[in-house]
Design a protein around this ligand. Structure first.
Ligand code: 6MZ
Length: 348
């Protein structure tokens, strides 16, 4: 798949020795959404299967799928972060049965963990349980876990995502499934709050997140992803949800920062995602600099390698490449950042 200009320019500016260094660096991918990480060739194959299986349907859903996959193939241009969520109906049509969810999960895990130069040494894949005509949410999680557990515990685990758009009852069901599966010693290590950053009232989820935490699940939340997220919501997320990791954390105010430092909450950083969603204007302005200056724990992550046309090696290349293509960090600094990602895995 062709990479975004950010990823490809940073990668091609590196020497062979720098590339070898990045590829051999032990690192963890802690923030990757399953349905946003399906390799393009696998998605295209799934679309072909879907279209041939649905050719006689009265309602031509195949058109939506075809258009969606064509857009992803061309490389989507997002005017703003809200455009991003419109990509998922087409992808979700392709991953609506246990077999297709498993196929997608296998392809994602293989793209990160297999081959002669895997993207990472450990991966916490995350996904939102979905119920369709062909599966319930438990069936969804069984299908994903079946693939995660093909790898040793030291290599792969699952985070269950709760979408901000969910009804409270569905969020509760997802949290309870995560807890039960953990108690059954399945490879679920945490829960996540994700979805359209401005959707939903989060108060209705508080007690469910607290229950998950008290049952030993790690908690991570997408927080302050846009400039429009109110400070009061960010404050609630930090205090009531008590996360040990944060996704994006792009627009934290001073008080929020104070809590992040005081509680030593790690930040999952997704550079290309932020640039393409235009929540950050340039690498020069990226909040990663603030955390680096203070030696605060971060983990470099891909978010959604399919629409953002990146991979974990490219995200690390953005650290190493000289400005303006990258941050111009030294190999020792990058090594330290990679070690931070491994140290912030959720416990099993
Ligand atoms: C917020 C995001 C996201 O769970 O179906 N998702 N939520 N911010 C982001 N950054 C731009 N990227 C992905 O994977 C897809 C779902 O993950 C969430 C969205 O809810 C999306 O529908 P799963 O496997």
């Amino acid at each position: 798949m062709s990479l975004s200009s950010y990823a490809s320019e940073a990668l091609s500016s590196l020497s062979d020795a720098q590339l070898t260094f990045l590829q051999g660096l032990p690192k963890a991918e802690l923030h990757a959404h399953l349905n946003g990480s399906i390799p393009l060739d696998v998605l295209q194959e799934m679309a072909r299967d879907y279209i041939s299986a649905h050719s006689s349907d009265l309602i031509p859903v195949s058109g939506v799928v075809q258009k969606g996959v064509e857009n992803l193939t061309k490389g989507v241009v997002l005017n703003e972060i809200h455009d991003f969520f419109g990509l998922f109906p087409a992808i979700y049509a392709l991953t609506s049965s246990p077999a297709t969810v498993a196929k997608a999960a296998r392809a994602v895990l293989e793209s990160f963990l297999d081959g002669s130069s895997p993207q990472c040494t450990y991966m916490e894949l995350r996904s939102t349980p979905r119920a369709t005509d062909l599966m319930d949410r438990h069936g969804y999680l069984q299908a994903v876990l079946g693939e995660v557990e093909r790898y040793p515990a030291g290599q792969a685990a699952l985070i269950v995502s709760i979408d901000r758009r969910m009804d409270e009852a569905i969020a509760e069901e997802c949290v309870n499934l995560a807890i039960t599966l953990k108690q059954q010693r399945r490879r679920v290590v945490g829960i996540d709050l994700c979805g359209d950053p401005l959707a939903g009232d989060l108060q209705r989820f508080v007690k469910h997140f607290q229950k998950a935490k008290s049952c030993g699940l790690g908690v991570t939340v997408h927080i302050a992803e846009t400039a429009d997220n109110p400070a009061s919501e960010t404050d609630d997320l930090l205090r009531a949800f008590a996360p040990s990791r944060l996704g994006h954390a792009t627009f934290l105010d001073q008080e929020a920062m104070r809590i992040v430092f005081e509680k030593d909450i790690a930040v999952e950083i997704c550079l290309t995602s932020n640039l393409l969603c235009k929540t950050v204007q340039s690498l020069e302005d990226h909040h990663i600099r603030f955390y680096l200056e203070r030696n605060h724990a971060i983990a470099i992550c891909t978010d959604d390698q399919l629409p953002f046309r990146t991979n974990l090696t490219a995200e690390y290349a953005l650290l190493l490449a000289k400005p303006p293509l990258g941050l111009g960090l030294t190999q020792d600094e990058v090594k330290k950042i990679a070690a931070m990602s491994l140290s912030r895995r959720f416990s099993q």
